[in-house]
Ligand binder design. Structure first.
Ligand code: BTN
Length: 328
């Protein structure tokens, strides 16, 4: 018997629902109902109880496994097949990798309220305060070659940008390879980690961090001018469960497209959402700095850079800035 079934019953009824009726529908005892109501309250649900009338849901927490599970459509194919939510972990990518090694299925989603050692790209830290943002990692077991693994990051950035656009109407764009931007400020990022051998991906972990209710004043000085959040863009706070649900749904859609139609539709959509293509860019790769025009991405997600001498160079990873915007 799952706690989300109790939440579903409480939500379906605007008014009170008696313990006896719930017990009858769910085929468990009234004592078992009470036990689960107590657990839900501990998780942040406000549930009114009246001896004569039963239970009534007053308020749900804005991030909860039950909310996410009851909002996900039954038609999902892979992503969200399993869902685990934690109060605090070192990094959801780390937990997902541990779970993947224990054979958790393709599409398992790990979410945490906070991370004590959130990882960003290029060995950076990812700021992960509690009660503010979404930190989620997804285990993927795609049938693709290790050399094509970058498509998972490209696909996930398309899914995240589309999900946030659909939900909030913020005109999110993507900076190569996988930053979500609004007006050249970073709203979120993706860190994909892969366990593979020469010819097979054992599993991939796609880690997604989206700034949701973080105020700019909560950010350290060095991030204040280059970061934003959904709340900062829309002027209102958002339930993190709602954002997570919309990302899971879009990821499931694009993961299915990848398995059935291959990379092309994903790359086409990425190009539509890209803030980078056609721009003058500066890329730092270790000690090397390259400038040029971002012409496109290839089939493997590598950036095609046109250098000042008109030659082309493919870049697989690096720190990219849009030169015109940065100079303004
Ligand atoms: C970036 O540098 O832009 C990538 C940031 C990725 C952050 C997310 S938060 C959830 C997951 N767990 C981590 O430790 N990192 C990723």
């Amino acid at each position: 018997m799952k706690s989300e079934e109790i939440v579903r019953l409480l939500k379906d009824r605007d008014d009170f629902i008696s313990g006896a009726e719930m017990a009858n529908i769910l085929k468990i005892t009234r004592a078992a109902i009470w036990k689960r109501i107590t657990l839900l309250r501990k998780k942040g649900y406000t549930i009114q109880a009246s001896p004569a009338r039963g239970y009534r849901l007053i308020k749900s927490p804005e991030l909860s496994m039950e909310e996410i599970k009851i909002s996900l459509p039954a038609s999902l194919r892979k992503i969200g097949s399993q869902l685990r939510i934690f109060d605090s972990v070192v990094s959801t990518n780390k937990v997902a990798a541990e779970f993947a090694a224990k054979d958790y299925p393709d599409g398992t989603v790990i979410i945490s309220d906070t991370q004590t050692g959130g990882k960003g790209r290029l060995g950076r830290l990812w700021l992960s305060p509690p009660e503010k943002n979404v930190y989620m990692s997804i285990i993927m077991r795609p049938d693709i070659l290790p050399k094509d693994a970058t498509i998972l990051t490209i696909m996930s950035s398309v899914a995240c940008a589309s999900a946030i656009r659909n939900l909030t109407s913020i005109p999110v764009t993507i900076k190569w390879p996988n930053d979500m931007l609004v007006s050249n400020k970073k709203l979120g990022g993706i860190l994909t980690e892969i366990k593979s051998d020469m010819d097979r991906i054992h599993y991939a972990v796609v880690g997604i961090g989206i700034n949701i209710n973080m105020d700019i004043s909560d950010m350290p000085d060095e991030l204040k001018t280059i970061s934003t959040s959904i709340k900062n863009e829309t002027g209102e706070a958002w339930a993190r469960s709602q954002v997570a649900v919309s990302i899971i749904k879009e990821l499931d859609k694009w993961y299915d497209i990848l398995s059935k139609m291959g990379k092309k539709p994903i790359i086409d959509e990425w190009l539509q959402l890209s803030a980078t293509i056609g721009q003058k860019v500066k890329i730092t790769i270790g000690d090397t700095i390259l400038t040029g025009i971002a012409e496109g991405i290839d089939e493997e997600g590598m950036l095609i850079l046109k250098l000042p001498d008109n030659s082309f160079k493919k870049i697989s990873a690096g720190d990219l800035t849009h030169v015109r915007a940065a100079e303004q």
